[in-house]
Design a protein around this ligand. Sequence first.
Ligand SMILES: [Zn+2]
Length: 158
Amino acid sequence: MPETENTKRENAKKEKQLPYKYPDNFSFKEMIKTSQKLSNVPSTWTEICNIMETASKLQQIRDVFGQPIKVNSGYRTLEVNKAVGGAKASAHMRGLAADITARKKSDNRRLLTVINELADDLKFDQVIIYIRGTGTIQWIHIGWREENPRGMLAYKSV
Ligand SMILES: [Zn+2]
């Protein structure tokens, strides 16, 4: 079916909402992957835009960090979020959160320092630092929300 003027206009509008450039180091595939045997595909345009915005923010962190950042979990469908025991209203379900780690867990402390330095730019809603026993940061959850980001920082032991 040929593209109508309307469709063209709609598409142009959508494209405008996207970050100018898709981040180099965070593929869409990586942002929606899951270890669960469940489909994990976003179903709305808003979710897709959110996932791309989250990826852009991660790129901002990575550019300063200067090393690869691994995404353990990004977007989650309701089913996937349930399966992994995520919070009931988790930002992961809106594509607005990622659980990240440096390649070496010993570098996660520096990763956290970078996030802290960029806090004014990142405007995150919540950062949760998951720590095991002696104090090694296992992974970092970073999440955003549509309005009034709280800039909260919390620790959880795992
Ligand atoms: Zn998380």
